[in-house]
Ligand binder design. Structure first.
Ligand SMILES: [Mg+2]
Length: 247
């Protein structure tokens, strides 16, 4: 039986919000002070999120508050139906590649009681320290990809996973990459002609790919060889995967 890999981004893809933005509602008045807002461009994503978690902790947010806040975020429409189908079909493997963090992702997946088994969750490792403050580290530190943040090149992660599977004897007939953001462009460029990229309509990846199609920017369009299927709901993706499971 042919095997397929479904690789998902998390924020604004599996869930219908950005978890790293959503958590800011726990800050006093739901706002960050200017000195933290300015941190992102100076120090990068991990230091920025780490300072947000410290600020929430300093202002009284407990582990239970943070986890409850994450539980509020809904799955994106149609994702439960998609995952119910692909987890039962027997020919799909699933991974998540996300610049969120392991605490948020594991908690949200548990909240929604998804039956799907993830073959890998590639994200920034996080944990609550003894004082109850959420802490996180970068997934890796990279200097080879200008399309990605220092702490996460999703294309590198996807390629490594597929290579590791190949060494264990599994060659995917198609890889399906589902995402929405700028950092989903790099993994999209790793895909082959028999693969699919699913950019979410109205979000950055969709705009980038549309722009690439017209203007060959920000990278050479010839680098994107996968088939492009835009989506608004997980049900749009389900239509495509149903055709695979019949093969
Ligand atoms: Mg996203």
């Amino acid at each position: 039986m042919a095997r397929y890999l479904l690789a998902f981004d998390f924020d604004h893809t599996l869930i219908d919000a950005n978890s790293d933005v959503y958590i800011i509602k726990l800050a006093p008045n739901g706002e960050l002070p200017a000195e933290i807002k300015d941190l992102y461009k100076d120090t990068g994503w991990i230091e920025y999120m780490g300072q947000i978690f410290k600020y929430l902790h300093k202002n009284g947010s407990k582990q239970s508050d943070i986890l409850s806040c994450m539980s509020e975020i809904p799955l994106t429409e149609g994702m439960r139906e998609l995952l119910d189908f692909t987890s039962k079909a027997g020919c799909f493997e699933h991974i998540i590649i996300s610049d969120s963090n392991s605490v948020f992702i594991n908690h949200i997946l548990a909240t929604h009681s998804l039956s799907v088994v993830m073959a890998g969750i590639f994200t920034n490792p996080a944990e609550f320290n003894d004082a109850g403050c959420l802490t996180l580290q970068g997934y890796h530190s990279q200097d080879w990809c200008s399309l990605s943040t220092v702490n996460m090149c999703k294309g590198h992660i996807l390629k490594n996973f597929i290579d590791m599977k190949r060494k264990s004897g599994i060659e995917y007939a198609s890889v399906l990459y589902v995402g929405d953001g700028y950092n989903d462009l790099c993994p999209s460029l790793e895909l082959r002609p028999q693969d699919f990229v699913f950019p979410r309509v109205g979000f950055k990846l969709h705009k980038l790919i549309t722009k690439m199609s017209k203007e060959n920017k920000p990278v050479d369009m010839s680098a994107l060889t996968a088939r492009i299927k835009q989506w608004e709901s997980g049900l749009d993706i389900l239509e495509t995967v149903k055709s695979f499971s019949l093969q």
